[in-house]
Design a binder for this molecule. Sequence first.
Ligand SMILES: Nc1ncnc2c1ncn2[C@@H]1O[C@H](COP(=O)(O)OP(=O)(O)OP(=O)(O)O)[C@@H](O)[C@H]1O
Length: 737
Amino acid sequence: MTQAEDLAHELAIEQAHVDAVYARLNKATDTARSAARSGADMYRSERDSWLREEAGTALFERDAFSFQAARRLAELDAEHEGLVFGRLDLDDPTEREIRYIGRIGVRDDDYEPLVIDWRARAAEPFYRATPQKPMDVVRRRVLRCRNDRVIGIEDDLLDAAGNTENLPIIGEGALMASLARARGTTMRDIVATIQAEQDEAIRADYHGVTVISGGPGTGKTVVALHRAAYLLYSNRRRFERGGVLVVGPGPVFMHYIERVLPSLGEDSVTLRSIGSVVSDVVPDVSSDVVDDAATATVKGSLKMVTVLRNLVNLPLDISGEGPSVLVTVKGEVLQLRPSQVARIRAGILSHQRVNLARESAQKTVVAALASQVPADTEVDPAEVPGLITDQAAFAAFMDAWWPTLTAPQVLRRLGDPRVVARAAEGILTPEQQTVLTASYADPAAPWTVADTALLDELVSMLGPVPPEPDAEQPIFIEGGAAVSEFVTTSDTWSRKGEPDVGEDTHATYAHVLVDEAQDVTPMQWRMLRRRGAQASWTVVGDLAQSSWPDLEEVGRAVRDLIGNAPHREFRLSVNYRSPAEVFDLAARVVKPHYPSVDLPRAVRSTGHEPQLLTTTEAALVADLADAIDDLTGEVAGTVGVIAPPSRREALRSALQQRLATRMNPANLDRILFPSPLEAKGLEYDGVVVVDPDVIVAESPGGIRVLYVALTRPTQRLVTLDVGAPGRWRTGIPAHLA
Ligand SMILES: Nc1ncnc2c1ncn2[C@@H]1O[C@H](COP(=O)(O)OP(=O)(O)OP(=O)(O)O)[C@@H](O)[C@H]1O
């Protein structure tokens, strides 16, 4: 047979099997629907009307198995990628065996596997077998399908000495074919081409902490997502009930990865950007606004824990000497001076949380006032507390002195330099205090990503907001001390409609997966750990890509998380994203600054060296437009334009106008303008990095953020210096520079 005939023959064989799988699933779907219709409630799942594996006790196990598969089929259909993607031809000494591997497992009427779930043990050789250690596999085959049609085949011969009779080898290898494909705007799963070192990390034990590290493009993110799917498969009861939380750097990244788990048939994982983790305890707060470098550094530091604790303990009015309280009981004047009131507050807050301590604060004040009633008065001592608390002046004092506090109210107080001076005294330098105050100067400014971790910290310091009957608003404080400063700096003072801090229960999960962990600040780690007090963890990152200035601090945060828990580490060593030519340049840029950088091996070469261009300020927009235009012609997928934050908006609007007049609209949609931080974790077929020196200057991560930008292309890289060749080029060989 010719090669083409071989291929046609093999495609027909595989199509027949895939047809059998879909026929079985269609049957299961029909049966499941009619069972659901017949009102068999015991078989209903909590989430929808499909039958659950666990609930189907009265069914044969094979039916439950297929029902579960049918339930997931709806998700998978949307992906247009094949349900069945692999085949193993095994040759053990006794017989030849064929195993089909797919996104879900399906069995035939006799409970024989038609397809094995990729996460099952029997599928392991698909990922682990090598020519050196074939694990009885003679031929590994990857099937490319579009919906239910088989459209391509890629084979690896793993055991040339095995029985290869009637086993033609087709194609040139699935991995390379997959890597060369154009990229769209969302990440694809890699279930058909997971490599052995990746598979080990995916299937690692779940207890304690699993750390996955590796350079750019080594598949850390995609591996971590497959691991989440694997954990759900191998321990569904535990992880589906307890929940799996996946945290990534920002909404753009979350959008990029959001289809991967559904394409693996998993829809029960919670995805959150780091700026939206807090939304379970401070509803409506979710941010993708990034502070400037100096502010982010202050807000991310552990020093803020003490600053916030001081802030919570600080009297609400710091302009005067503080409130006093004065009541009369049967003609007796009872009063506490401001210093006495302040002492009581400090004493209570040393061991109780504000929102839980109002009752004991009131009791303490009442007791101190009652003790002033002379022994010889006629009043029954048991009645004194009631006589005090019944008075409007006392109620007003309590409301002003001890209002229920919400985290947003308290954090906004940092807009007042006097408050910052008191709360941060001896903790932050005067410069840091100025930076902090400035960032809260505008009470209407949106919360930033760094603020969300501070809000989360405050929620746990303040305690839950108690459900309150409609209380009177505070009117005045004895002695004229007003609370107006507090009211005006808070945009959420009104009790009606204020963002309710809610229960003190942060949502907790059985497994927390943290991607781009090198950028998680110490304050953010505290926020994440509240979500996983009993959880096991997967932590994914690459120190060389960190935007945080203090790498030692990043390492310490992960060591603290591990503590005494069991843990394991995996290092991924192959860069599947960047062509070798591009990665070589990026490595030369980062290495001198960061000699211990973990540089992966780039497996693919395109033959295209990066283009290092220089332009002038005046010609920047025109030259950039030309570079983008060229790239859209050279690559089939996306083009990313990564410019320094200070230039980004102006460039984007200038370019949009210019490009709209000369490019076809379909190509315009392929062009994206991420900020250097947003580009983290993402990839584009072509990338233009604009003004690299300024990207370095504007980020606390410096050169490491440029390294991130340079490692985003899957095909072509262009850099554009403005004015003169940038300093970042120092050390790059002449033929490139
Ligand atoms: N085994 C594989 N088969 C096919 N593609 C793969 C494989 N492993 C990784 N890739 C692809 O390589 C690219 C990089 O993967 P991913 O984004 O997960 O890397 P990363 O290590 O998280 O990168 P970075 O640190 O730069 O964010 C993705 O397009 C991914 O699909």
